[in-house]
Design a protein around this ligand. Structure first.
Ligand SMILES: [Zn+2]
Length: 438
């Protein structure tokens, strides 16, 4: 089928992307065929130029890279705050720039419902709409919501396969209008705690959908379509899905369906399997992760990108992220504590406000959760920067040990972390020594 871009690329593209756009991509796009999962047709080579991934340093499986996207040059490993509705709750975009945020995540489903992708497109795309000059990634959001509610599917729901197909083309239309630097394919997500044939069905459906998404994608010259590896906790299904997606030669890959209540040992083993099988020269994104400890472990295993609502959600419940774990500002012990949240933190909140002041605000004034969100996201950005620099400087094991010693001062590092670090070949024996001596 002939595909023609339905709107012009945003004027904010950097010059290299602009030059690539001239004449190179459009003929390829128009010639690019619609395919089914029976005959995987990879993305055109030139379409990969909307992203450049250069590994700057490695330590065993861990890597630090420069990820060049149309709107920003990012350093990995990196954490993406979640802005479901085009906003990180309680923070202005200039504050996100201040704390060093490189890329934020939007939710296509929610944005398509409000304010609608048509309006975002009319007003110049999501970057301009929310006044965010740096990189954006959009995730599908609710796959069940797409199936049931996408306008393209209304009235044809009696035919499920037709419904899925139409939802997919509708979805592609939305993600192209919103205009994020990275756009996630629509996948069929099943909770990892579910077992049986539903997991296999979802994995194969995810593979079929990637072909429809490739075919319907109208802006590969400035938007990078990432595939999502599904397959639950089954290593055979994960392997089939990884191979299927790698055959499509996508700009990047995500490991999906995790952080859904599975045990931690299963979690890291899926990450380790997928990162080992995904291409060395493409970014790897673990979706829905997560806790600082999870990010350190996944980075040791070779993952590059993460997102999670946790830092801002836990802030709204009065909890701050600190090197020792968490600090609960609602606690009465904070009422007269004049120290900052974290004396080692250089953020605006820790420089200017006491625990006692924030304690007086939490649950009573929006400023309390705003200050905590600011600090928590700063903590995640600093964690990303420390991961990157320690890998580049060849000091990654020292960083991991220092991180674990602060979080587990008694040496009681969880068994799953020890198992993962063994596979990552990071020696953490010094963090456990005191525990073993007890
Ligand atoms: Zn701080």
């Amino acid at each position: 089928m002939a595909l023609t871009p339905f709107c012009s690329p945003p004027p904010s593209l950097c010059s290299s992307f602009r030059s690539l756009r001239r004449g190179l991509f459009l003929p390829l796009l128009q010639a690019y065929p619609y395919t089914t999962s029976k005959g995987a047709v990879p993305m055109p080579e030139t379409a990969l130029m909307a992203l450049r991934f250069e590994v700057l340093g490695r330590f065993n499986r861990a890597r630090a890279a420069q990820l060049t996207l149309p709107h920003f040059v990012c350093q990995t490993p990196l954490f993406m705050p979640v802005g479901t509705q085009g906003t990180i709750k309680g923070l202005a975009t200039n504050q996100l720039e201040d704390i060093g945020c490189q890329i934020i995540l939007g939710n296509t489903y929610h944005l398509a419902l409000r304010p609608t992708s048509e309006l975002i497109d009319e007003l110049g795309g999501l970057h301009k709409f929310m006044n965010w000059p740096r990189a954006l990634l959009t995730d599908s959001g609710e796959s069940s919501g797409w199936k049931a509610n996408a306008p393209y599917t209304r009235g044809v729901y009696s035919n499920p396969s037709m419904c899925f197909t139409l939802a997919y083309f509708g979805y592609s239309c939305y993600i192209n209008r919103i205009g994020a630097d990275i756009i996630m394919a629509l996948d069929d997500v099943v909770k990892t705690t579910i077992t049986g044939p539903r997991i296999e069905e979802a994995m194969y459906r995810t593979l079929r959908w990637i072909d429809r998404c490739i075919a319907a994608h109208k802006r590969p010259y400035d938007q990078n379509l990432f595939g999502i590896v599904q397959g639950g906790l089954d290593p055979v299904l994960r392997d089939i899905c990884v191979r299927g997606l790698v055959d499509r030669n996508l700009p990047g890959y995500a490991i999906g369906g995790l952080a859904g209540g599975e045990d931690k040992d299963s979690f890291w083993r899926v990450v380790a399997q997928c990162t080992a099988a995904l291409p060395e020269d493409k970014p790897r994104y673990v979706m829905g992760v997560g806790y600082p400890l999870d990010i350190v472990v996944c980075s040791a295993l070779g993952a590059d990108m993460y997102d999670c609502v946790y830092p801002t959600r836990t802030a709204r419940f009065g909890t701050a992220l600190v090197p020792e774990g968490v600090l609960k500002l609602k606690n009465n012990a904070m009422a007269e504590d004049t120290r900052p949240i974290d004396s080692t933190c250089a953020c605006m909140v820790c420089k200017n406000y006491s625990r006692a002041y924030i304690h007086s605000l939490v649950s009573k004034d929006a400023m309390g959760s705003q200050l905590l969100s600011y600090h928590n996201l700063y903590y995640m950005m600093q964690l990303s920067r420390n991961l990157h620099s320690s890998i580049v400087r060849g000091k990654f094991p020292e960083f991991v040990c220092n991180f674990l010693q602060k979080m587990f001062p008694k040496g009681d590092v969880p068994e799953w972390v020890c198992n993962a670090m063994e596979v990552a070949e990071i020696d953490i024996s010094s963090c456990r020594a005191r525990f073993r001596d007890d």
